[in-house]
Write a protein that binds this ligand. Structure first.
Ligand code: ATP
Ligand code: MG
Length: 387
């Protein structure tokens, strides 16, 4: 993290030495003022992209049409973006074209919220034309300029407001909130992938419950797939976005699959959500050794956490799931000392559905401590039951 700042400072220094102006902007400035660790330290400059490239020996074009060049200095890579204003917005998503400008104030004016429109100079001074510092002190999210117009330009900003409120535990200023209420239906113009990226961040926020309340209060929830049901999110907290999706899925009932799919979760993400939901069903029936074996500790812990949130009256084990899993005779299928080929050889029979049944029964007997994971004992057991 310190490296990122060093890298940004060194980029600013070199741009200034070449006669340009450069500042740190956006999330890094906001998070510093909030005493939160900043992840990306972004630099903005009055140098045009070509000028930036001429100052540094190593650069990568990562978004040249938006004015962004990745500059690589010894301390690491830094995103450097030329001051710009956004042209006309005709689709509620993206400007038709961007215009590079030489004025920092104009660049800050195009940014979404006052807290995200503060710049920091190399000497540690702040440039804050829109009252961002005050709003940060008040824990307030406020659009830069006319909220209606800013949301009309880019509808994603409405969801960003709600996501930041969950992430930072901030309120949304009254005029900003009422502008969202007016324009909420525009969220339909935004690609689901971008909506998912915002929800990914909302789920792991420190104030998810408040965020989802605002999602509903703002009217945005009505234009997004699924039912958010704010009342069930009180006390929800996670550091894993997939647990957010799993809990959201749980609240959707039987149609969860189509609804969650709509947010373009990957197959891997869908598989995890599905496992947690089926672990939750298993919990309702009372977990057995088989369940400790079939699900990962993370999946079972998530199911248990959801049961607590839902105040489900389910009997929970006294020991931790990890302890229970450690007590199982084997931890994974690969730990079995026999396999299907052994069964075929010992029985002299042809393969068929019986083989799968035999393997499953054998596994079940072993994890329930009715049979030892020992070749001779398994062979005897199979002879009694299957051959
Ligand atoms: P995070 O902690 O989520 O990264 P961030 O503020 O850095 O928060 P980014 O999406 O990385 O958010 O964007 C960086 C900066 O670019 C923002 O701080 C804001 O100034 C500006 N910005 C980003 N998206 C928009 C948008 N849709 N409209 C206007 N300005 C935006
Ligand atoms: Mg960022």
């Amino acid at each position: 993290n310190n490296k990122e700042w060093q890298a940004a400072y060194s980029v600013i220094e070199q741009l200034e030495q070449a006669g340009y102006e450069a500042v740190i902007v956006g999330g890094a400035v906001r998070d510093t003022l909030l005493n939160r660790p900043a992840h990306d330290v972004d630099v903005a400059t009055n140098a045009l992209p070509e000028e930036v490239k001429s100052v540094f020996p190593r650069t990568v074009d990562i978004g040249i049409q938006h004015g962004t060049v990745l500059v690589i200095v010894p301390a690491g890579p830094v995103e450097v973006t030329t001051y710009r204003t956004d042209g006309e917005y005709t689709d509620h998503r993206r400007p038709e074209k961007v215009q590079f400008v030489r004025s920092l104030q104009e660049d800050l004016q195009r940014r979404d919220f006052t807290m995200n429109a503060i710049a920091m100079r190399l000497d540690g001074s702040y440039v804050d034309y829109y009252g961002g510092y005050q709003d940060i002190e008040k824990h307030m999210i406020r659009a830069v300029g006319d909220a209606q117009q800013r949301f009309s330009e880019d509808a994603l900003r409405m969801l960003r407001a709600v996501r930041f409120s969950a992430q930072l535990d901030f309120a949304i200023a009254a005029d900003t909130m009422s502008a969202i209420q007016t324009r909420a239906s525009d969220i339909a113009f935004i690609a689901r992938e971008r909506i998912k990226a915002e929800l990914d961040k909302l789920w792991v926020g420190q104030a998810v419950f408040g965020g989802i309340q605002k999602l509903e209060e703002s009217g945005l929830a009505a234009y997004l797939p699924g039912d958010f049901q704010a009342e069930y999110w009180r006390g929800f907290h996670t550091e894993d976005k997939l647990l957010g999706w799993a809990y959201f899925a749980l609240l959707q009932g039987t149609d969860w699959r189509e609804i969650v799919r709509d947010y373009r979760l990957s197959n891997k993400e869908m598989a995890f959500v599905k496992s947690v939901l089926s672990a939750y069903e298993a919990l309702k029936e009372g977990w057995t050794n088989t369940h400790y074996f079939m699900y990962t500790a993370q999946e079972l812990e998530a199911a248990q956490y959801f049961a607590r949130l839902r105040q489900l009256d389910a009997a929970l084990p006294q020991l931790s799931i990890r302890e229970l899993q450690a007590m199982l005779p084997i931890q994974q299928k690969q730990d079995l000392v026999v396999n299907g080929a052994d069964l075929l050889k010992w029985s002299g029979k042809k393969g068929g559905p019986w083989l799968k049944d035999a393997l499953e029964d054998m596994l079940s007997a072993i994890i329930h401590h009715e049979l030892q994971n020992d070749r001779q004992q398994i062979k005897n057991w199979l002879e009694q039951h299957y051959f």
